[in-house]
Ligand binder design. Structure first.
Ligand code: RIB
Length: 313
């Protein structure tokens, strides 16, 4: 099976995480539990998720000239992610995210973008050959929107598969949407993009059809622990996720996107790729951290054989 090249373009952060019993309300101070400093950023998380599964992955992003940036770069390299186009911003600090995780694994995240907000069109121009020599480009919205628009245009004009994870939720133009090959929003992001409140399968399908009618060939709406809805011009399919006990959902969407890109890069058909991504994400929520929680390929294979055995018995 041929292994295509994946380029992930996006944010890279250091996550400062505190585990609490509940998320605080405005004006409230609460005492938390353990503190964890761990690598994050939606872009870097997706790159590590795809690489840990065995993908051929390059990351394009921007760090500051500080200890956080240096550490984040080292971690990407230790995960076999190519960092030839990880730019360094001399004027701005590396991205940092402040994260609170409650007893149910739900989180609340505030990002100080720093250098991520300076990943420019001219940086993408510098990395153009890297992008054009790859097959799948995975991008999110923690970098400037004009940079995202430029990437999507570049991919569209060169017949590249561009996967957009529209996170954090932002309104996007029809012009941008129609050039995207695969879009992977969660329920909140789908609602913002379509105006349809996604609360069950039928509303998810309405939202997915809306996005499909904008010209996007493949829409995958992730539904948290319920799995995902896949919608193409020819089919709509609900693909449930294995049930697990969640201790930290931070980065689960990133693991899903990285695993989806990896599976597609192996030439695996869409529904099976979504099934695979569901499994990867469900493993990630059973442990703390974003990048840290992404599974190895062996863990997914093991889970599949356990599932098969359960079905037999
Ligand atoms: O999706 C989770 C990620 O969002 C965290 O790692 C944090 O850095 C923010 O980018």
């Amino acid at each position: 099976m041929s292994l295509k090249k994946i380029v992930v373009i996006g944010s890279i952060n250091t996550d400062m995480v505190v585990k609490t019993l509940k998320l605080p309300v405005p004006g409230e101070t609460i005492l938390g539990g353990k503190f964890l400093m761990t690598p994050g950023g939606k872009g870097a998380n997706q790159a590590v998720a795809a690489a840990r599964l065995g993908g051929n992955v390059s990351f394009i992003g921007k760090i500051g000239s500080d200890i956080f940036g240096k550490e984040s770069k080292k971690i990407l390299e230790s995960e076999n992610v190519n960092t030839n186009y990880l730019f360094i911003d001399k004027k701005n600090p590396s991205g940092v995210a402040l994260i609170t995780v409650d007893k149910n694994g739900e989180n609340c995240i505030v990002v100080a973008s720093g250098s991520n907000a300076c990943l420019s069109v001219s940086d993408i121009e510098t990395a153009k050959e890297e992008i054009l020599s790859s097959d799948i480009i995975l991008v999110q919205l923690e970098i400037p929107i004009e940079t995202v628009e430029y990437i999507v245009d570049l991919c569209y004009n060169n017949d590249k598969t561009v996967i957009l994870n529209p996170a954090p939720a932002t309104n996007l133009s029809d012009e941008l949407l129609r050039k995207v090959s695969i879009i992977v929003p969660n329920e909140t992001e789908a609602e913002l993009l379509t105006g349809v409140k996604v609360s069950d399968l039928s509303s998810a399908e309405t939202a997915a059809r809306y996005l499909s009618n904008k010209g996007i060939s493949v829409v995958v709406i992730t539904l948290g622990n319920k799995g995902a809805l896949l919608c193409t011009s020819s089919e709509t399919q609900y693909i449930p996720s294995p049930l697990v006990e969640s201790i930290d959902s931070t980065g689960a969407g990133d693991v899903f996107c990285g695993a989806l890109a990896f599976s597609i890069s192996r030439g695996i058909e869409l529904a099976d790729s979504v099934r695979f991504a569901n499994k990867a994400a469900s493993i990630s929520v059973t442990r703390m951290g974003a990048q840290a929680s992404a599974p190895q390929i062996k863990e997914i294979e093991l889970e599949s054989s356990i599932l098969k055995n359960e079905l037999k018995n």
